[in-house]
Design a protein around this ligand. Sequence first.
Ligand SMILES: O=C(O)[C@@H](CO)OP(=O)(O)O
Length: 253
Amino acid sequence: MPGKLVLLRHGQSQWNLENRFTGWVDVDLTDQGRAEARAAGRLLAEEGIRFDIVFTSMLQRAIKTMWLALEELEQPWVDVVRHWRLNERHYGGLQGLDKAETAAKHGEEQVHIWRRSYDIPPPEMAADDPGHPRNDVRYRHLDARVLPGTESLALTLERVLPYWHDAIAPRLKAGETVLVTAHGNSLRALVKYLDGIADDVITGVNIPTGIPQLYTLDGELNVIESRYLGDADAAEAAAKAVADQAKSKLGNL
Ligand SMILES: O=C(O)[C@@H](CO)OP(=O)(O)O
């Protein structure tokens, strides 16, 4: 029997709170985000889940969410692998900008295209920008050509999938229970692949912070069932709040 898979988006980050495009910027969790991560750990404990291995990104909001959830599970000793391929989608020149202000400036439709279209990336960040991952010491061992200055969801999926096939899928096929703590869009890419969601339907999928999504898979890793743990209405409301983040405040006046 293949193992179970849990996908967990990090708890609320400082820039989720400030409603800013984040991408690869390494912002910390807020107090609420830390509480969400612990609550996720408690939901997993109540479900009787124990992990064999955890995969996470190179960004502290996902790493700390993993720590806090594992602490609640009394499993701080579990093997952890960090990998850049699980990082958030790179948001290019939008990183750091306020989502509602950007919608007021460029229109909600344009911002929706940048946020949720499948294959249209936001404007690219220049390679010599201090914020470009090529200039970040943590990625110094990587071939600079793989490091993005912007990404659509399609490009994100293209770099997440090799890691899924090489590192994550074999552990599930071996019957292990796997936690992936990552990000709104790197997880949307994975969910698109796992659930076979069409390009024009994934635009409507939003992943709430800090709520574990439990997948039961068959031997070929086809999805038998997936569900958010805890209160389903709360998960739905939280996903809708993510969708609404780029509503122009001017539009609401
Ligand atoms: O800013 C980001 O990097 C992502 C996730 O927080 O935001 P969005 O939901 O707008 O894609």
